[in-house]
Design a protein around this ligand. Structure first.
Ligand code: IPD
Ligand code: CA
Ligand code: CA
Length: 257
């Protein structure tokens, strides 16, 4: 039997092949609940492929995926899958998206893989064993202040009052003279970019477990920190996510609380 991380990598790379097959082709784009929440054939096909690769190896495990519902089994293992994180970018031909796969037990991820097929960048982590980008060990930045920090945020699909609250928070961060703020459009990659030091912090008001399950393990295993907006531990439900290099975490929480 293969080990969990190898299967996760295999599945993520298969998803990447599907992304590349459809990227920049004439796609039918459908909308979900909101007019700006998009889904394409690539999302659906990639999820089917990921689940089938994992099921071939671990037939009794549970699945939580963004695009489909799965029958519950007795297993304590759950694979949490975002087959295509960054669908809006994908649909517009903007090459920033990924596939995110995590294996979770007792509400905590033990394996996490995020694959960006455009750059052929594979972020991976196993609990207690550190995190890698391809074969390179990851490390968060050394920034100790917000003034030294490049940050990332995201805007979730609910355009309600939290959206406006986030705009206020952004203002507060700029008043602290941050280096800059990015909105890249794939929360899974946003977290990996904190893990590998391309940014010092990331926050988003509301993410689903499939957006963050792999990424939060990768950040933690790179020496970073991930909590909710009040410093609480993250569980596998819709969550406010604050991720950082650990050193600026309290400063971020102070603004975001
Ligand atoms: C979205 C992306 C985006 C984030 C949204 C997510 P999707 O996932 O991660 O960066 O801001 O909140 O829903 O819909 O492209 O899988
Ligand atoms: Ca997502
Ligand atoms: Ca998705």
């Amino acid at each position: 039997m293969k080990n969990y991380i190898d299967v996760a990598i295999l599945a993520a790379k298969e998803a990447g092949k599907i992304h590349k097959k459809y990227f920049n082709t004439d796609l039918t784009i459908k909308t979900k609940k909101a007019s700006f929440d998009l889904v394409t054939v690539a999302d659906i096909e990639a999820e089917e492929k990921v689940v089938s690769v994992i099921r071939d190896n671990f037939s009794d495990h549970n699945f939580l995926g963004e695009e489909a519902k799965y029958k519950k089994t007795d297993s304590e293992y759950t694979w949490i899958i975002d087959p295509l994180d960054g669908t809006n970018n994908f649909a517009y031909g903007l090459p920033i998206f990924s596939c995110s796969i995590a294996l979770v037990i007792n509400n905590q991820p033990i394996v996490g893989v995020v694959y960006d097929p455009i750059r052929d960048e594979l972020f991976s982590a196993e609990k207690g064993k550190g995190a890698c980008l391809n074969n390179q060990k990851l490390k968060v930045t050394d920034a100790k202040t917000l003034k030294e920090s490049l940050l990332i945020t995201g805007f979730y699909y609910n355009r309600g009052k939290e959206m406006f609250e986030n705009l206020e928070k952004i203002k507060r961060f700029f008043l602290e003279h941050i280096i800059g703020l990015r909105r890249l459009g794939s929360a899974a990659l946003d977290l990996c970019y904190v893990a590998c030091g391309r940014a010092s912090g990331f926050w988003e008001f509301e993410l689903n477990p499939w957006d963050f399950a792999a990424g939060i393990l990768i950040v933690g295993e790179s020496g970073g920190k991930v909590t909710g907006r009040h410093g609480e531990k993250i569980s596998m439900e819709k969550s406010f996510i604050v991720a950082s290099n650990a050193k600026i975490h309290d400063k971020m929480l102070e603004i975001l609380k």
